[in-house]
Design a protein around this ligand. Sequence first.
Ligand code: GDP
Ligand code: IMO
Ligand code: MG
Length: 436
Amino acid sequence: MDYRELGHPCVVGLQWGDEGKGKIVDVLVEHFDVAARYSGGANAGHTVVVGETEFALHQLPSAILRENVLCMITCGAVIDPAVLLGEIGSLRERGIAIGDNLRISNRAHLVLPYHRREDVLSERAAQAGEKLGTTARGIGPCFADKATRRWSVRVCDLFRPERLRQHIADVVARKNAYFAVLYDQREPLDAARIAEEYLELGEQLRPFVCDTDVLLHDLMAQGKRVLFEGAQGVLLDIDHGTYPYVTSSHTGVGGVVSGAGVAPATIGAVVGVIKAYATRVGAGPFPTELPGALGETIRQRGGEYGTTTGRPRRCGWFDAVAAGYAAMISGPSMLAVMHLDTLSGMEELQFCVGYRTPAGILNEFPADAYTLGEAEPIYEPVAGWNDDISHCRRLEELPAAARAYLDLISTRLNTPVGIIGVGRDREQTIFVESES
Ligand code: GDP
Ligand code: IMO
Ligand code: MG
Protein backbone atom coordinates (compact mmCIF):
# COMPACT_ATOMS: atom_id res chain seq x y z
CA MET A 1 0.00 0.00 0.00
CA ASP A 2 0.98 3.62 -0.31
CA TYR A 3 1.86 4.60 3.24
CA ARG A 4 1.38 8.27 2.38
CA GLU A 5 -2.32 7.47 2.70
CA LEU A 6 -1.79 7.11 6.42
CA GLY A 7 -1.09 10.83 6.91
CA HIS A 8 0.66 11.14 10.28
CA PRO A 9 -0.23 7.77 11.83
CA CYS A 10 0.24 6.48 15.33
CA VAL A 11 1.28 2.98 16.30
CA VAL A 12 -0.49 1.75 19.44
CA GLY A 13 -0.55 -1.57 21.25
CA LEU A 14 -4.02 -3.09 21.65
CA GLN A 15 -3.18 -5.50 24.49
CA TRP A 16 -0.99 -5.38 27.59
CA GLY A 17 2.16 -4.20 25.81
CA ASP A 18 4.88 -6.15 23.95
CA GLU A 19 2.64 -6.61 20.91
CA GLY A 20 5.53 -5.96 18.54
CA LYS A 21 5.28 -2.16 18.24
CA GLY A 22 9.07 -1.84 17.89
CA LYS A 23 9.13 -4.09 14.87
CA ILE A 24 6.15 -2.32 13.26
CA VAL A 25 7.65 1.12 13.80
CA ASP A 26 10.90 -0.12 12.32
CA VAL A 27 9.22 -1.46 9.18
CA LEU A 28 6.88 1.49 8.68
CA VAL A 29 9.19 4.35 9.49
CA GLU A 30 11.16 4.16 6.27
CA HIS A 31 8.14 5.91 4.71
CA PHE A 32 8.34 8.79 7.24
CA ASP A 33 10.62 11.68 8.12
CA VAL A 34 9.98 12.00 11.85
CA ALA A 35 9.20 9.53 14.66
CA ALA A 36 7.86 10.73 18.00
CA ARG A 37 7.67 8.70 21.22
CA TYR A 38 4.81 10.31 23.11
CA SER A 39 4.26 8.31 26.31
CA GLY A 40 5.72 5.90 28.85
CA GLY A 41 9.37 5.92 29.76
CA ALA A 42 12.21 3.49 30.30
CA ASN A 43 9.65 0.84 31.30
CA ALA A 44 9.15 0.17 27.59
CA GLY A 45 11.19 -2.42 25.78
CA HIS A 46 10.91 -2.41 22.00
CA THR A 47 12.83 -5.06 20.12
CA VAL A 48 14.00 -4.71 16.54
CA VAL A 49 15.73 -7.62 14.82
CA VAL A 50 17.79 -7.01 11.70
CA GLY A 51 19.38 -10.23 10.46
CA GLU A 52 21.63 -11.53 13.23
CA THR A 53 21.49 -8.26 15.14
CA GLU A 54 19.00 -7.51 17.86
CA PHE A 55 18.34 -4.08 19.34
CA ALA A 56 16.31 -3.43 22.51
CA LEU A 57 15.13 0.17 22.80
CA HIS A 58 13.74 1.47 26.07
CA GLN A 59 13.85 5.21 26.12
CA LEU A 60 14.64 5.96 22.50
CA PRO A 61 12.13 5.63 19.67
CA SER A 62 12.69 2.42 17.68
CA ALA A 63 13.09 4.57 14.58
CA ILE A 64 16.54 5.64 15.79
CA LEU A 65 17.92 2.65 13.88
CA ARG A 66 16.84 4.14 10.56
CA GLU A 67 19.03 6.79 9.02
CA ASN A 68 17.32 9.98 7.85
CA VAL A 69 14.53 9.82 10.44
CA LEU A 70 14.40 12.57 13.03
CA CYS A 71 13.47 10.98 16.37
CA MET A 72 11.75 12.86 19.15
CA ILE A 73 10.84 12.12 22.73
CA THR A 74 7.95 14.44 23.43
CA CYS A 75 6.68 15.67 26.78
CA GLY A 76 4.14 12.89 27.36
CA ALA A 77 7.05 10.55 27.99
CA VAL A 78 9.16 10.66 31.13
CA ILE A 79 12.91 10.51 30.70
CA ASP A 80 15.50 8.75 32.82
CA PRO A 81 18.60 10.65 31.70
CA ALA A 82 21.08 7.96 32.74
CA VAL A 83 19.14 5.28 30.87
CA LEU A 84 18.77 7.52 27.82
CA LEU A 85 22.45 8.43 27.69
CA GLY A 86 23.42 4.80 28.34
CA GLU A 87 21.26 3.72 25.43
CA ILE A 88 22.71 6.40 23.17
CA GLY A 89 26.23 5.29 24.15
CA SER A 90 25.64 1.61 23.52
CA LEU A 91 23.92 2.22 20.18
CA ARG A 92 26.79 4.45 19.07
CA GLU A 93 29.21 1.66 19.98
CA ARG A 94 27.18 -0.57 17.66
CA GLY A 95 27.57 1.87 14.80
CA ILE A 96 24.25 3.73 15.04
CA ALA A 97 24.70 7.46 14.48
CA ILE A 98 22.94 9.59 17.11
CA GLY A 99 23.29 13.34 16.98
CA ASP A 100 21.13 15.72 14.98
CA ASN A 101 18.62 12.88 14.49
CA LEU A 102 17.46 13.05 18.12
CA ARG A 103 15.47 15.74 19.91
CA ILE A 104 14.01 15.57 23.41
CA SER A 105 11.36 17.82 24.86
CA ASN A 106 12.34 20.52 27.31
CA ARG A 107 8.92 19.96 28.89
CA ALA A 108 9.42 16.26 29.62
CA HIS A 109 9.55 15.22 33.26
CA LEU A 110 12.57 13.36 34.62
CA VAL A 111 12.90 10.14 36.56
CA LEU A 112 15.10 10.70 39.63
CA PRO A 113 16.80 8.15 41.89
CA TYR A 114 14.10 8.57 44.54
CA HIS A 115 11.46 7.52 42.00
CA ARG A 116 13.22 4.23 41.37
CA ARG A 117 13.67 3.76 45.11
CA GLU A 118 10.00 4.46 45.80
CA ASP A 119 8.90 2.08 43.05
CA VAL A 120 10.91 -0.74 44.63
CA LEU A 121 9.97 0.09 48.23
CA SER A 122 6.27 0.35 47.55
CA GLU A 123 6.22 -2.93 45.64
CA ARG A 124 8.17 -4.61 48.43
CA ALA A 125 5.78 -3.28 51.07
CA ALA A 126 2.62 -4.30 49.22
CA GLN A 127 0.79 -7.39 50.47
CA ALA A 128 0.79 -10.47 48.29
CA GLY A 129 -2.00 -9.95 45.78
CA GLU A 130 -1.58 -6.16 45.91
CA LYS A 131 1.76 -6.01 44.12
CA LEU A 132 1.56 -4.49 40.64
CA GLY A 133 4.66 -6.19 39.27
CA THR A 134 6.10 -2.93 37.94
CA THR A 135 9.28 -2.72 35.92
CA ALA A 136 10.97 -0.94 38.88
CA ARG A 137 11.96 1.95 36.57
CA GLY A 138 10.39 4.59 38.83
CA ILE A 139 7.59 5.28 36.38
CA GLY A 140 4.61 5.41 38.78
CA PRO A 141 6.30 7.70 41.34
CA CYS A 142 7.59 9.99 38.56
CA PHE A 143 4.14 10.46 37.01
CA ALA A 144 2.70 10.91 40.51
CA ASP A 145 5.19 13.70 41.24
CA LYS A 146 4.39 15.26 37.87
CA ALA A 147 0.76 15.47 38.93
CA THR A 148 1.61 17.10 42.30
CA ARG A 149 3.26 20.00 40.44
CA ARG A 150 5.51 20.54 43.45
CA TRP A 151 7.91 17.62 43.39
CA SER A 152 8.82 17.11 39.79
CA VAL A 153 11.89 18.05 37.76
CA ARG A 154 11.60 18.74 34.06
CA VAL A 155 14.27 18.71 31.38
CA CYS A 156 14.26 22.53 31.23
CA ASP A 157 15.00 22.66 34.99
CA LEU A 158 18.40 21.07 34.36
CA PHE A 159 19.62 24.40 32.97
CA ARG A 160 18.92 26.49 36.07
CA PRO A 161 21.59 25.10 38.43
CA GLU A 162 20.81 27.16 41.54
CA ARG A 163 17.10 26.55 41.37
CA LEU A 164 17.66 22.85 40.66
CA ARG A 165 19.99 22.42 43.67
CA GLN A 166 17.47 24.09 45.96
CA HIS A 167 14.51 22.20 44.54
CA ILE A 168 16.20 18.80 44.78
CA ALA A 169 17.29 19.58 48.36
CA ASP A 170 13.66 20.33 49.30
CA VAL A 171 12.22 17.31 47.55
CA VAL A 172 14.86 14.85 48.78
CA ALA A 173 14.40 16.00 52.40
CA ARG A 174 10.69 15.22 52.10
CA LYS A 175 11.26 11.95 50.27
CA ASN A 176 13.75 10.77 52.90
CA ALA A 177 11.27 11.54 55.67
CA TYR A 178 8.48 9.86 53.76
CA PHE A 179 10.49 6.72 53.03
CA ALA A 180 11.54 6.46 56.69
CA VAL A 181 7.98 6.69 57.99
CA LEU A 182 6.25 4.65 55.36
CA TYR A 183 8.84 2.01 54.52
CA ASP A 184 11.21 2.14 57.47
CA GLN A 185 13.94 3.11 55.00
CA ARG A 186 16.59 4.81 57.12
CA GLU A 187 19.33 5.26 54.53
CA PRO A 188 18.83 8.82 53.29
CA LEU A 189 19.44 9.86 49.73
CA ASP A 190 22.08 12.55 49.26
CA ALA A 191 20.40 15.58 47.68
CA ALA A 192 23.62 17.40 46.78
CA ARG A 193 24.99 14.36 45.01
CA ILE A 194 21.79 13.88 43.04
CA ALA A 195 21.70 17.55 42.03
CA GLU A 196 25.31 17.52 40.79
CA GLU A 197 24.74 14.23 38.98
CA TYR A 198 21.66 15.63 37.21
CA LEU A 199 23.40 18.89 36.31
CA GLU A 200 26.13 16.84 34.68
CA LEU A 201 23.59 14.63 32.89
CA GLY A 202 21.83 17.81 31.76
CA GLU A 203 25.01 19.04 30.09
CA GLN A 204 25.24 15.77 28.18
CA LEU A 205 21.59 16.02 27.15
CA ARG A 206 21.77 19.70 26.20
CA PRO A 207 22.52 19.18 22.49
CA PHE A 208 19.33 17.14 22.11
CA VAL A 209 16.98 19.42 24.05
CA CYS A 210 14.45 21.67 22.35
CA ASP A 211 10.79 22.58 22.32
CA THR A 212 9.52 19.53 20.45
CA ASP A 213 5.97 20.96 20.35
CA VAL A 214 7.18 23.79 18.13
CA LEU A 215 9.64 21.68 16.15
CA LEU A 216 7.01 19.06 15.39
CA HIS A 217 4.57 21.65 14.07
CA ASP A 218 7.28 23.41 12.05
CA LEU A 219 8.25 20.13 10.43
CA MET A 220 4.65 19.21 9.63
CA ALA A 221 4.14 22.67 8.11
CA GLN A 222 7.15 21.94 5.88
CA GLY A 223 5.40 18.79 4.67
CA LYS A 224 7.44 16.33 6.74
CA ARG A 225 5.64 13.14 7.64
CA VAL A 226 5.44 12.00 11.24
CA LEU A 227 4.93 8.58 12.80
CA PHE A 228 3.89 8.52 16.47
CA GLU A 229 5.30 5.58 18.41
CA GLY A 230 3.29 4.37 21.38
CA ALA A 231 4.64 2.48 24.35
CA GLN A 232 2.82 -0.16 26.40
CA GLY A 233 -0.72 -1.01 25.29
CA VAL A 234 -4.25 0.27 25.69
CA LEU A 235 -5.05 -2.30 28.39
CA LEU A 236 -2.23 -0.77 30.48
CA ASP A 237 -3.56 2.79 30.01
CA ILE A 238 -3.96 4.68 33.30
CA ASP A 239 -7.59 5.51 32.49
CA HIS A 240 -8.79 2.73 30.22
CA GLY A 241 -6.67 -0.21 31.30
CA THR A 242 -7.14 -2.85 33.98
CA TYR A 243 -6.66 -0.36 36.80
CA PRO A 244 -4.80 -0.55 39.18
CA TYR A 245 -2.76 -3.08 37.18
CA VAL A 246 -1.72 -0.49 34.64
CA THR A 247 1.13 1.86 33.96
CA SER A 248 0.91 5.56 34.81
CA SER A 249 0.62 7.19 31.41
CA HIS A 250 -1.83 7.56 28.55
CA THR A 251 -0.72 4.76 26.31
CA GLY A 252 -3.49 4.99 23.72
CA VAL A 253 -4.39 7.37 20.94
CA GLY A 254 -5.38 10.11 23.42
CA GLY A 255 -1.77 10.08 24.60
CA VAL A 256 -0.65 11.32 21.19
CA VAL A 257 -2.72 14.48 21.47
CA SER A 258 -1.65 15.34 25.00
CA GLY A 259 1.82 13.82 24.88
CA ALA A 260 3.03 15.20 21.56
CA GLY A 261 0.99 18.41 21.55
CA VAL A 262 -0.95 17.89 18.34
CA ALA A 263 -4.60 18.28 17.42
CA PRO A 264 -6.68 15.09 17.06
CA ALA A 265 -7.12 15.67 13.33
CA THR A 266 -3.34 15.47 12.93
CA ILE A 267 -3.51 11.73 13.48
CA GLY A 268 -4.09 10.40 10.02
CA ALA A 269 -4.43 6.74 10.92
CA VAL A 270 -4.15 4.39 13.86
CA VAL A 271 -2.09 1.26 13.39
CA GLY A 272 -3.27 -1.13 16.10
CA VAL A 273 -0.60 -3.69 16.92
CA ILE A 274 -1.84 -6.95 18.34
CA LYS A 275 -0.46 -10.42 18.92
CA ALA A 276 -2.22 -13.45 17.47
CA TYR A 277 -2.48 -14.63 21.09
CA ALA A 278 -2.12 -12.66 24.33
CA THR A 279 0.66 -11.94 26.80
CA ARG A 280 1.01 -9.97 29.97
CA VAL A 281 4.04 -9.27 32.13
CA GLY A 282 3.57 -8.20 35.73
CA ALA A 283 0.47 -8.64 37.85
CA GLY A 284 -3.19 -8.21 36.96
CA PRO A 285 -6.15 -10.16 35.63
CA PHE A 286 -5.69 -12.17 32.46
CA PRO A 287 -8.70 -14.44 31.85
CA THR A 288 -7.24 -16.38 28.91
CA GLU A 289 -3.90 -17.07 30.61
CA LEU A 290 -2.54 -20.58 30.10
CA PRO A 291 -0.49 -21.25 33.21
CA GLY A 292 0.38 -24.85 32.22
CA ALA A 293 2.31 -26.61 29.49
CA LEU A 294 0.52 -24.92 26.59
CA GLY A 295 1.40 -21.47 27.92
CA GLU A 296 5.00 -22.62 28.28
CA THR A 297 4.99 -23.84 24.68
CA ILE A 298 3.83 -20.42 23.46
CA ARG A 299 6.42 -18.74 25.69
CA GLN A 300 9.24 -20.83 24.27
CA ARG A 301 8.14 -20.56 20.65
CA GLY A 302 7.43 -16.85 20.87
CA GLY A 303 10.51 -16.02 22.98
CA GLU A 304 8.15 -14.42 25.48
CA TYR A 305 10.55 -12.94 28.01
CA GLY A 306 10.39 -9.26 28.97
CA THR A 307 12.66 -6.93 26.98
CA THR A 308 13.11 -4.62 29.97
CA THR A 309 13.13 -6.99 32.95
CA GLY A 310 13.74 -10.43 31.42
CA ARG A 311 10.69 -11.74 33.29
CA PRO A 312 8.85 -14.64 31.65
CA ARG A 313 5.71 -13.22 30.06
CA ARG A 314 2.39 -14.80 30.96
CA CYS A 315 0.91 -16.30 27.79
CA GLY A 316 -2.64 -17.18 26.79
CA TRP A 317 -5.21 -17.38 24.02
CA PHE A 318 -6.47 -14.41 22.04
CA ASP A 319 -9.07 -12.51 24.04
CA ALA A 320 -11.50 -10.88 21.61
CA VAL A 321 -13.43 -9.19 24.43
CA ALA A 322 -10.34 -7.40 25.74
CA ALA A 323 -9.01 -6.66 22.26
CA GLY A 324 -12.46 -5.55 21.10
CA TYR A 325 -12.57 -3.02 23.93
CA ALA A 326 -9.07 -1.79 23.10
CA ALA A 327 -10.06 -1.42 19.45
CA MET A 328 -13.29 0.36 20.35
CA ILE A 329 -11.49 3.10 22.24
CA SER A 330 -8.58 3.37 19.78
CA GLY A 331 -10.39 3.26 16.44
CA PRO A 332 -7.64 1.47 14.52
CA SER A 333 -7.56 2.02 10.77
CA MET A 334 -5.65 -1.22 10.35
CA LEU A 335 -4.32 -4.05 12.44
CA ALA A 336 -0.79 -5.34 12.51
CA VAL A 337 -1.23 -8.93 13.72
CA MET A 338 2.08 -10.18 15.08
CA HIS A 339 3.47 -13.58 15.99
CA LEU A 340 1.16 -15.53 13.68
CA ASP A 341 4.14 -17.89 13.19
CA THR A 342 4.22 -18.68 16.92
CA LEU A 343 0.85 -20.44 16.65
CA SER A 344 1.96 -22.79 13.86
CA GLY A 345 1.82 -26.48 14.72
CA MET A 346 -1.20 -26.32 17.00
CA GLU A 347 -4.07 -28.53 16.01
CA GLU A 348 -6.71 -26.30 17.55
CA LEU A 349 -6.66 -22.75 18.87
CA GLN A 350 -9.09 -21.20 21.31
CA PHE A 351 -10.62 -17.77 20.75
CA CYS A 352 -12.23 -16.02 23.71
CA VAL A 353 -15.58 -14.44 22.85
CA GLY A 354 -17.07 -13.79 26.30
CA TYR A 355 -16.62 -14.29 30.03
CA ARG A 356 -18.50 -16.32 32.57
CA THR A 357 -18.58 -14.51 35.92
CA PRO A 358 -20.40 -15.12 39.22
CA ALA A 359 -22.80 -12.34 38.14
CA GLY A 360 -23.56 -13.95 34.76
CA ILE A 361 -22.18 -13.89 31.23
CA LEU A 362 -20.25 -10.82 30.18
CA ASN A 363 -19.72 -9.79 26.59
CA GLU A 364 -18.15 -6.44 27.47
CA PHE A 365 -14.75 -5.82 29.02
CA PRO A 366 -15.43 -4.89 32.65
CA ALA A 367 -14.13 -1.67 34.21
CA ASP A 368 -13.33 -3.46 37.45
CA ALA A 369 -10.13 -5.53 37.44
CA TYR A 370 -11.53 -7.71 40.21
CA THR A 371 -14.55 -8.69 38.09
CA LEU A 372 -12.12 -9.49 35.29
CA GLY A 373 -10.09 -11.54 37.77
CA GLU A 374 -13.12 -13.75 38.40
CA ALA A 375 -13.94 -14.14 34.73
CA GLU A 376 -13.74 -17.56 33.07
CA PRO A 377 -13.25 -17.33 29.33
CA ILE A 378 -15.88 -18.63 26.94
CA TYR A 379 -13.99 -20.07 24.01
CA GLU A 380 -14.78 -20.83 20.41
CA PRO A 381 -12.43 -23.48 19.03
CA VAL A 382 -10.66 -22.55 15.80
CA ALA A 383 -8.76 -24.87 13.47
CA GLY A 384 -4.99 -24.50 13.64
CA TRP A 385 -2.38 -25.07 10.92
CA ASN A 386 0.78 -27.09 10.79
CA ASP A 387 2.92 -25.39 8.19
CA ASP A 388 5.91 -23.24 9.07
CA ILE A 389 4.81 -19.82 7.84
CA SER A 390 7.94 -17.86 8.74
CA HIS A 391 9.04 -17.70 5.08
CA CYS A 392 5.66 -16.42 3.80
CA ARG A 393 5.75 -12.89 2.39
CA ARG A 394 2.31 -12.68 0.80
CA LEU A 395 -1.12 -13.27 2.30
CA GLU A 396 -1.92 -15.88 -0.36
CA GLU A 397 1.04 -17.99 0.80
CA LEU A 398 -0.48 -18.51 4.25
CA PRO A 399 -2.43 -21.72 4.91
CA ALA A 400 -6.21 -21.35 4.64
CA ALA A 401 -6.64 -21.92 8.40
CA ALA A 402 -4.21 -19.10 9.21
CA ARG A 403 -6.08 -16.76 6.89
CA ALA A 404 -9.38 -17.81 8.46
CA TYR A 405 -7.93 -17.02 11.89
CA LEU A 406 -6.88 -13.55 10.71
CA ASP A 407 -10.37 -13.02 9.28
CA LEU A 408 -11.84 -13.91 12.64
CA ILE A 409 -9.69 -11.31 14.42
CA SER A 410 -10.45 -8.74 11.75
CA THR A 411 -14.21 -9.36 11.93
CA ARG A 412 -14.34 -9.25 15.73
CA LEU A 413 -12.34 -6.02 15.83
CA ASN A 414 -14.11 -4.61 12.80
CA THR A 415 -10.76 -3.56 11.35
CA PRO A 416 -8.83 -4.78 8.30
CA VAL A 417 -5.53 -6.57 8.80
CA GLY A 418 -2.84 -4.52 7.05
CA ILE A 419 0.34 -6.17 8.29
CA ILE A 420 1.14 -9.67 9.53
CA GLY A 421 4.20 -10.66 11.53
CA VAL A 422 5.56 -14.11 10.72
CA GLY A 423 8.87 -13.91 12.57
CA ARG A 424 11.14 -11.60 14.52
CA ASP A 425 13.14 -10.26 11.62
CA ARG A 426 12.27 -7.05 9.83
CA GLU A 427 11.92 -9.09 6.66
CA GLN A 428 9.46 -11.56 8.18
CA THR A 429 6.52 -9.31 7.51
CA ILE A 430 3.55 -9.59 5.20
CA PHE A 431 2.04 -6.36 3.87
CA VAL A 432 -1.55 -7.05 2.88
CA GLU A 433 -2.50 -5.43 -0.39
CA SER A 434 -5.85 -3.67 -0.06
CA GLU A 435 -8.53 -4.94 -2.44
CA SER A 436 -9.66 -1.52 -3.66
P1 GDP B 1 6.93 -4.03 21.85
O1 GDP B 1 7.16 -3.68 23.28
O2 GDP B 1 5.50 -3.92 21.46
O3 GDP B 1 7.85 -3.31 20.91
O4 GDP B 1 7.29 -5.59 21.74
P2 GDP B 1 8.59 -6.31 22.33
O5 GDP B 1 9.74 -6.01 21.44
O6 GDP B 1 8.74 -6.05 23.78
O7 GDP B 1 8.15 -7.82 22.23
C1 GDP B 1 7.84 -8.41 21.02
C2 GDP B 1 8.77 -9.60 20.80
O8 GDP B 1 8.29 -10.36 19.74
C3 GDP B 1 10.18 -9.20 20.41
O9 GDP B 1 11.07 -10.16 20.89
C4 GDP B 1 10.13 -9.20 18.89
O10 GDP B 1 11.40 -9.46 18.32
C5 GDP B 1 9.22 -10.36 18.66
N1 GDP B 1 8.38 -10.28 17.46
C6 GDP B 1 7.76 -9.19 16.93
N2 GDP B 1 6.97 -9.57 15.91
C7 GDP B 1 7.10 -10.91 15.80
C8 GDP B 1 6.51 -11.89 14.94
O11 GDP B 1 5.70 -11.62 14.08
N3 GDP B 1 6.89 -13.20 15.14
C9 GDP B 1 7.78 -13.56 16.09
N4 GDP B 1 8.09 -14.85 16.22
N5 GDP B 1 8.35 -12.66 16.91
C10 GDP B 1 8.00 -11.36 16.77
P1 IMO C 1 6.22 -1.98 26.00
O1 IMO C 1 6.33 -0.57 25.48
C1 IMO C 1 4.59 -4.81 28.86
C2 IMO C 1 3.69 -3.30 32.86
C3 IMO C 1 4.53 -3.81 34.00
C4 IMO C 1 3.52 -3.77 35.13
C5 IMO C 1 2.74 -2.49 34.82
C6 IMO C 1 3.22 -1.27 35.59
O2 IMO C 1 7.47 -2.77 25.86
O3 IMO C 1 5.02 -2.65 25.42
P2 IMO C 1 5.36 0.29 35.39
O4 IMO C 1 6.82 -0.05 35.51
O5 IMO C 1 5.00 0.92 34.09
O6 IMO C 1 4.84 1.06 36.55
O7 IMO C 1 4.63 -1.15 35.46
O8 IMO C 1 2.90 -2.27 33.44
N1 IMO C 1 4.45 -2.69 31.74
C7 IMO C 1 4.63 -3.29 30.56
N2 IMO C 1 4.27 -4.52 30.14
N3 IMO C 1 5.21 -3.95 28.02
C8 IMO C 1 5.54 -2.72 28.43
O9 IMO C 1 6.03 -1.79 27.60
C9 IMO C 1 5.29 -2.34 29.76
N4 IMO C 1 5.51 -1.23 30.49
C10 IMO C 1 4.98 -1.44 31.70
O10 IMO C 1 4.99 -5.12 33.76
O11 IMO C 1 2.64 -4.85 35.02
MG1 MG D 1 8.03 -4.49 24.97
